[in-house]
Design a protein. Structure first.
Length: 182
């Protein structure tokens, strides 16, 4: 039997159907959210490490276990939410999406880990490695803010303002961590 619907009779995206492009954008937005969250967390971790008496191996272990802990917490929360809403475990495509979306929580540790590794090899001091890691994280927040401002169509000034606000949040996290002293 032929489909008698005309092109204009098709439901609009959002009227019960999800546009595939929207779904892809949603996954990318979720991944970016996790990356930004992990970046802010890493700022707090490396600033805290810089205030303490820790060696390179301890700093590396802290950064890696923090990233692993963040990832596990997100995965457990995603799986629990899925079970509660859908009355079953996420499997197959749903599980792969969860793992894909949460993977930036692990990758946020790469930069600090490399810098701490360089400190362990005496290429630079641990204090310098931790400071650079915090600085790079703040700069990345600025760049993500700028990109978001540009993508919203606000122009260069709006993009820079958005970047400054996001970077200020990263600096505020560092200052709170420094004020707490650990």
């Amino acid at each position: 039997m032929a489909d008698d619907r005309r092109a204009g009779d098709r439901p609009e995206p959002g009227a019960g159907e999800v546009d595939e492009t929207e779904a892809d954008a949603g996954v990318l937005a979720d991944r970016l959210k996790e990356r930004i969250y992990a970046t802010i967390t890493m700022i707090a971790v490396v600033v805290g490490l810089s205030l303490g008496e820790v060696g390179s191996l301890g700093a590396l272990a802290t950064v890696l276990t923090t990233a692993l802990g963040l990832w596990l917490a997100a995965f457990v929360a995603d799986q629990q939410a899925h079970r509660t809403v859908h009355r079953r475990f996420a499997t197959g495509r749903e599980l792969r999406r969860m793992l894909y979306v949460s993977s930036p929580l692990l990758s946020a540790a790469v930069g600090p880990a490399v810098l701490i590794g360089l400190a362990a090899l005496d290429v630079l001091s641990l204090d310098t490695a931790l400071s650079v890691a915090a600085g790079v994280a703040v700069v990345s927040l600025f760049l993500w803010g700028c990109l978001g401002g540009l993508r919203m169509g606000g122009g260069a000034l709006t993009a820079i303002a958005a970047g400054v606000v996001d970077a200020a949040i990263g600096v505020a996290v560092a200052l709170v961590k420094a004020a707490a002293g650990h």
